[in-house]
Design a protein around this ligand. Sequence first.
Ligand code: 5GP
Length: 170
Amino acid sequence: MKVSKVLIEQNEIEQKVKELAERINKDYSGEELVIVGILKGAFIVISDLAKQLNVDVTFEFMSIQSYEGTKSTGQIKIDKDLDIDITGKNILIVEDIFDTGLTISHLKNLLESRNPKSIEILCMFIKKDVASEPVDIKYSGFEIGPEFVVGYGLDYEGKYRELPFLGVLS
Ligand code: 5GP
């Protein structure tokens, strides 16, 4: 397996993160925000985003698994839950990629049951053509095709996360 094509260049990703950060700064102005990052894939977008935020923000992380190799297992497993009580807080879930939507919809339901003040989703890459769960993603990065992608936090068997672009593996 190797990266055969660059799908989204580094500078396009940087520009998109900047735009998303500007929207978040505007939308949460005067509010407290808790960003809930989904490990491991979201660690790069969160660190890029974090440097451009000027709202009252804290960062929390969860670890969830739904994939083995390149195929969805259809199962969700919470490996690490939040360390804090999110009752009455503004939550922004940050996820790397939306495929079937199973991970995000499951997670949103779970966090909603803990009575936050608000809950929204940021997802960097969205696989548009895949039959998916209807989930409202307020902050979306790029729509992509069904190919398996790596880079910008996304891995194949633990590798390629460090690539500053989004690439296709084949
Ligand atoms: P979903 O629950 O939406 O089907 O899957 C979301 C999770 O599957 C993501 O958090 C990610 O870990 C993984 N995933 C889905 N598509 C891809 C892909 O093209 N590349 C990689 N590396 N992971 C993917």
